[in-house]
Write a protein that binds this ligand. Structure first.
Ligand SMILES: *[C@@H]1O[C@H](CO)[C@@H](O)[C@H](O)[C@H]1NC(C)=O
Ligand SMILES: *[C@@H]1O[C@H](CO)[C@@H](O)[C@H](O)[C@H]1NC(C)=O
Ligand SMILES: *[C@@H]1O[C@H](CO)[C@@H](O)[C@H](O)[C@H]1NC(C)=O
Length: 318
């Protein structure tokens, strides 16, 4: 009798997980006055963030389909590659650290929209005349189509030596370029990307994982991550304030792209990323009015966190 009930109970729990529509009840414990939770595979490891709603509670398959509506049309360049499941699987690793689980549901949804906004704009093949509008074409690519070089920087020949015959052109959800970036990402994810950068274009979960690692990790020491500046866990110093760097979406572009996008006024490269974010806020039902004021949303007047050597030399030569 008891065994039978237990079986029914177990099966109901399994079904709730597998159809993804019911939220999993977290296991809870209190350690030193702090409430910690574990919420199955999606938010594992006794973290306070797992006590909150997790991404699959408020961001469902149909919403992913709405955001990336055109990615599987015949003219797209990565048909059948990207899907909801790989995004959630990759995100599971970062939710215990606060990705999509910091603050309340609204703040969490905004972070998912912000991250995916960056992803959408970097992987879009939507041009002015594309059907559905230019913002419906995110996740159209999973790699750079006609690389003109191997992106091998010899400066890193001792730390991240290029493998002969291997090309380090752009791949992924927040595309990775150059041997040293593949090397560093591979170290972090414990995958040999220096020898096998193609793993990124063969595995959508890994591609999302690499992008989420970039979002959650400072690009340089003593700098905040894109996650930190977005959720407000980063507190600007006096220098930051003088440089007009304030927490918010604008600063995520500053962290990820520095002077390539920020501190240049009202430029297309910046506006394209912002447009994707705003469109995704609408499609997720949050609404673009939640994006906040202009100076938080853009980085047109922010001094960059980092000046890239390539653009420094190109601007001096132009
Ligand atoms: C969990 O969500 C609540 C609001 O729903 C928020 O106040 C709290 O800060 C969140 N916890 C964490 C760890 O972000
Ligand atoms: C894809 O990458 C994920 C995450 O790194 C890994 O767990 C999975 O085994 C990989 N899949 C294949 C087919 O290699
Ligand atoms: C602030 O900026 C000045 C001038 O660029 C620099 O010398 C100083 O080290 C900075 N202080 C901090 C705390 O970053």
């Amino acid at each position: 009798m008891e065994a039978k009930w237990l079986l029914c109970f177990t099966m109901a729990a399994l079904m709730a997980v597998s159809n993804g529509q019911e939220s999993v009840k977290p296991l809870v414990k209190i350690v030193k006055g702090k409430k910690l939770c574990d919420k199955g595979w999606e938010c594992k490891g006794w973290s306070q963030f797992c006590c909150n709603q997790t991404i699959s509670d408020y961001f469902r398959t149909y919403q992913f389909e709405n955001l990336f509506a055109k990615r599987n049309t015949p003219v797209a360049h990565a048909v059948g590659f990207w899907d909801y499941h790989s995004f959630i699987t990759a995100a599971a690793q970062y939710q215990p650290h606060g990705f999509g689980t910091t603050g309340g549901k609204l703040q969490s949804m905004k972070e998912v929209a912000a991250f995916l906004g960056h992803v959408g704009s970097k992987t879009s093949c939507g041009y002015g005349v594309a059907t559905g509008g230019p913002l419906a074409w995110g996740l159209c690519y999973n790699k750079e189509m006609s690389p003109s070089k191997l992106y091998c920087d010899d400066y890193y020949k001792y730390t991240y030596p290029c493998t002969p015959g291997v090309s380090y052109h752009g791949r992924g959800a927040l595309p990775i370029y150059w041997n040293y970036n593949y090397g560093e990402t591979g170290d972090a994810l414990k995958v040999d990307l220096l020898n096998h950068p193609e793993y990124i274009e063969n595995n959508a979960t890994l591609a999302f994982q690499a992008a989420l690692w970039r979002w959650m990790t400072p690009v340089k020491k003593h700098q905040p991550s894109a996650h930190d500046v977005f959720v407000g866990s980063w507190k600007p110093t006096k220098n930051d304030t003088l440089a007009k760097r304030v927490p918010g979406f604008g600063a995520t572009m500053n962290v990820l792209y520095g002077d390539q996008v920020c501190g240049r006024g009202d430029v297309d490269t910046m506006n394209n990323i912002i447009s994707h974010y705003l469109s995704y806020l609408d499609l997720m039902g949050v609404g673009r009015e939640e994006a906040g004021p202009h100076e938080v949303l853009t980085c047109e007047e922010q001094k960059p966190f980092t000046v890239s050597p390539s653009s420094a030399s190109s601007s001096s030569s132009s």
